[in-house]
Design a protein around this ligand. Sequence first.
Ligand code: SAH
Ligand code: SF4
Length: 339
Amino acid sequence: MTQKFCLCGIPPRELESILFPMPRYRAEQVFAWINKGVDSFDAMNNLPLAQRRELDGRFCLRKTTFIKILDGPGAAKLQIGVSGGLVEAVVLTDGAGRRTACLSTQLGCAMGCVFCKTGLMGFTRNLDSAEITEQFYHIRRFYPDISNIVFMGMGEPLLNLCELRRSIAALCRTMSPRRVTVSTCGLADGIESLADEGPAVRLAVSLTTAREELRQRLMPVSRANPLLRLKEALLYHEARVGRRITLEAVLLGGINSNAEDARAMAAFARGLNVVVNLIPWNPVEGVFFDGAPLKEPSPVEIRRFSAELEKRGLKTVIRRRKGRGVSGACGQLGSRQRV
Ligand code: SAH
Ligand code: SF4
């Protein structure tokens, strides 16, 4: 059976032309319903019945299937079936009760960072805008009060820029782009493209370490995007967008949090308006580095590294461990199960 074309995640302008010759105000009404999260045309009660039937004959509103939700303290993980596999989306609740949806952009990831479970599973395919946006609507059925979105789930968002942009255009009809963050492993061209063409969302860069040789071994992507090139892209982004950038550093026990790492990171950050987000590594089974299993950093190690950075004038935030109970913490996403 051929699948109907899905209208979820289609930006308003595009929707207008897809629905043409339907009048513009009608297309607006349809978009508003989709944006509310409805999953049937029947619910669109300000449209004439005949029009709802016609839409239902040609289009659908979901191409993904909610499978299950795993609830844990401060974090819940949703498994969502897409054609060819499972994607995972997470909702995080902070101390102030603010909720953030963490969405995936790819099925798997091709970047192969050694510490990341998604990297371990390899790349299957890009998600399209509907598959990205629907994660948000599935989450909102359980948590209607999402205030922020981060693209920090499975995959590398800047390798799926076209669909990411369409999804953000749809989602940001009712949410400010300032509440949206895109996290990248550091693809310089993609960062510059964001700076040139938008959207004007917040940027987070997974630096991990500013020691070139170590970074290249932990994150193979950095061989083609060395630190100098990455910094050039960040300076360009800052000059054009003018917003503070988050540098993320997953702390791997005994590997990337010594005084030399602190010095290198401070040198990398010089001249940039950044905050450093320190993320204690969340265990992933079966990952080795230099022949030994990766370890979590000790609390002392985390505090010491943070203090070393602060001493050098860098603002740091230690990310609380959340979502581990449901394997929904950073870098723990990736289910091999097929649907
Ligand atoms: N591909 C993008 C976004 C998804 S990864 C990126 O790399 O930025 C989201 C974040 O999770 C990144 O900062 C990444 O470094 C971090 N991460 C990956 N594996 C992790 C793990 N096992 N423990 C903690 N953080 C991890
Ligand atoms: Fe991909 Fe990000 Fe995981 Fe690296 S950390 S493998 S870029 S999802």
